[in-house]
Design a protein around this ligand. Structure first.
Ligand code: ADP
Length: 495
């Protein structure tokens, strides 16, 4: 299929999904929402901060490459490393001191909703999905302000022993402190010096200082957990994210194993006796390999139906599952990396007993689907096309306020380079007799044991914003599939 044909498919798919989206009864979204404090840092501010802390101290700390931000010197060291390399980085901090130091010495330009679950909740409500039940274990007054003003968006609260749903602005805990992440953005060409060394930023990028105070628990109060079954009939599926915040050990002696078990219990509660309930997990970069592995093998495996991730995250997942070579081949950008990406997706599908693995990359999306998934390959292709138009909308407008905004993304052309990048995979599959070149060009391939769906995506040349595009892709495709699912009979057996 040439690019012009893909454009036609895009238009059809977006119009179909737009019509069908009202079929979705509801979606449960948890866990991670936070406030993103945005700061575009200037050269004079870098110089000022280095001056306050002292060049020598910062210089020495750069050599130590802190993995966690314990004090302002760690922060400056990681900021300078990110600026020196022009690379994005996310570094955790476990106290509130850094936020206060930044407020005293830098101050942010603007603030907005952050965290995968928060971004996805607002997106779905703005698209007009009915009944978006968002859940944040640390819903503070400040956090609640960043939720969309939509009647479709509600948060569970316990009142007189009953679970009731209210807009987050009416459901927050007044005692709860906010979780605020700092996103410090820098521009290519910025120059400064530190301890005799000259720096020039090679690329626009950002450092995220991720706040992880003690009270961050991926959890749910026992009373609410007991009543979770009350919302089961009003949702078709759930999108879960934020498991990366689980820690190996807690001050009270509990460990990640306790939190993994609770996370699984929540999924089981949501499913009840309805094995058809769709559960999507949005993966992310997780430095700690013990946690990364536990999330995949203990939460995702057997309990989850759908997994969304980018190419680096595929490599990270394969790595902890024992496929080091394949993981290396996915990220080494060689000729075979797209073949390895596909083979990696198949491994994840099988090993984690999933029904769907959706990988997004700049230029194309690859999705592998098990044969027992209730929808056909064409439905999956439409969902991917819709999600790509949504991503292009997010990149060109910076935010999505309504379903009609998707026309802005639809107007973005399909990325020719992405289409060309798929050729290596086409050669590989045709050579092995898995499919013909025509099937491949069509984007729907029936392979041994699974279906493969591939689309070239729409890419915005000069995006207004880049944060949250991955979340929009995964959530958009998942909800498009929910809209297409035949409605099932949910059993109403007492528990
Ligand atoms: P995040 O969730 O922070 O956006 P991810 O790495 O999970 O980060 O997702 C980024 C995805 O966004 C890429 O895989 C790519 O598909 C998409 N993307 C990035 N930039 C653009 C762009 N300019 N236009 C369209 N899609 C983009």
């Amino acid at each position: 299929m040439d690019i012009a044909d893909w454009e036609k498919r895009y238009t059809e798919a977006v119009s179909n999904v737009q019509e069908q989206l009202l079929n979705v009864q509801g979606v449960f979204v948890a866990y991670n929402s936070n406030v993103d404090a945005m700061k575009h840092i200037r050269e004079d501010e870098i110089k000022k901060l280095i001056g306050i802390l002292g060049c020598e101290r910062v210089h020495e700390r750069i050599a130590l490459y802190p993995r966690e931000i314990k004090d302002p010197v760690d922060l400056m060291a990681r900021l300078i490393i990110a600026m020196r390399d022009g690379k994005a980085a996310e570094v955790p901090t476990y106290s509130n001191d850094i936020h206060e130091w930044l407020m005293d010495n830098l101050v942010f330009d603007s603030a907005r909703m952050g965290g995968q679950a928060g971004i996805i909740s607002n997106l779905l409500a703005n698209l007009g999905v009915k009944n978006v039940i968002t859940y944040v274990p640390w819903l503070s007054r400040e956090q609640a302000e960043y939720f969309a003003d939509s009647p479709y968006l509600r948060h569970p609260v316990m009142e007189n022993g009953k679970l009731v749903l209210k807009h987050p602005k009416e459901a927050f805990d007044p005692q709860q402190k906010p979780k605020i992440n700092w996103i410090i953005e820098f521009l290519r060409g910025m120059k400064f010096s530190c301890a005799g060394e000259e720096y020039e930023v090679p690329r626009d990028n950002r450092l995220i200082v991720s706040s992880r105070p003690d009270w961050i628990h991926i959890d749910m109060a026992a009373e609410m957990y007991e009543h979770l079954s009350d919302i089961r009939e009003s949702i078709d599926g759930a999108i879960l994210a934020g498991y990366q915040m689980i820690k190996e050990e807690y001050q009270d002696g509990s460990t990640y194993k306790d939190y993994v078990q609770r996370a699984v219990n929540v999924i089981q509660r949501l499913k009840g006796c309805n094995p058809q309930m769709r559960i999507h997990v949005e993966f992310t970069s997780i430095q700690n390999k013990v946690i990364r592995k536990a999330i995949l093998t203990d939460i995702v495996k057997k309990h989850v139906t759908s997994l969304g991730l980018d190419t680096v995250e595929v490599a990270n997942a394969l790595n902890v599952l024992g496929y080091e070579e394949l993981a290396y081949s996915v990220i080494n950008k060689g000729e075979n990396s797209i073949v390895s990406l596909y083979e990696g997706a198949v491994r994840l599908l099988r090993e984690l007993e999933l029904q769907r693995v959706h990988i997004h990359s700049l230029g194309y999306y690859i999705c592998v689907v098990s044969k027992d998934h209730p929808l056909d390959a064409d439905a999956h292709r439409q969902a991917l096309l819709f999600s790509s138009a949504l991503a292009a909308t997010q990149a060109s407008l910076g935010s999505i306020k309504s379903l009609d905004d998707v026309s802005a993304g639809l107007a973005v052309p399909v990325y020719g380079q992405g289409h060309d990048d798929l050729i290596e995979l086409e050669r590989y599959l045709v050579r092995r007799g898995v499919c013909t070149a025509e099937d491949f060009e069509d984007g729907c391939i029936s392979a041994d044991g699974h279906d493969l769906i591939i689309i070239p995506s729409k890419v915005v040349k000069e995006p207004v914003a880049t944060v949250g595009i991955g979340d929009a892709i995964s959530a958009g495709a998942f909800v498009a599939l929910l809209a297409k699912m035949p409605k099932m009979n949910i059993c109403r057996m007492p528990e």
